[in-house]
Design a protein around this ligand. Structure first.
Ligand code: FES
Length: 138
């Protein structure tokens, strides 16, 4: 039995099938009323995220700490700008990550803040892989 809409809105976990998401593509789903971006990263995007000197970042965090080991191609983040809460646009901005048009915050392919007024990285929601092609968020 699937939870009804009110249960989902209150915070029930959701399952997302990743198999239709092509490499280089993102989707947006909603969990607890929040937009969640799921990005199927290319090797280039992963390499870029990992080539950064972590200590130089405004909110230092390694890419490895933001994704699941063995599933590095998948980035899952809460799509709410950490400045004042706008929804950033995927695949925009100079780091090919996310761009928030409200005041110009730029996030990289790991969802880490790189430029602009946002103080911290896009948060990673609690999630786990239930199979190679499916995650459960929450
Ligand atoms: S809300 Fe995103 S930059 Fe201000």
């Amino acid at each position: 039995m699937n939870p009804d809409a009110s249960t989902i809105a209150a915070g029930a976990p959701i399952e997302v099938d990743l198999s239709p998401i092509a490499e280089g593509q993102d989707i947006k789903v909603f969990w607890r009323g929040k937009p969640i971006y799921i990005s199927h990263r290319t090797k280039k995007q992963i390499d870029e995220a990992r080539a950064v000197n972590v200590a130089s970042l405004p909110d230092p965090q390694s890419d490895e700490a933001r994704v699941k080991s063995g599933h590095e191609q998948w980035l899952v983040v809460i799509g709410i700008c950490t400045h004042l809460g706008c929804i950033p646009i995927a695949h925009e901005g100079s780091y090919d990550g996310f761009f928030c048009p409200c005041h110009g915050s730029v996030y990289d392919t790991s969802g880490r803040i790189r430029q602009g007024p946002a103080p911290s990285n896009l948060p990673v929601p609690p999630y786990q892989f239930v199979s190679d092609t499916k995650i459960q968020i929450g």
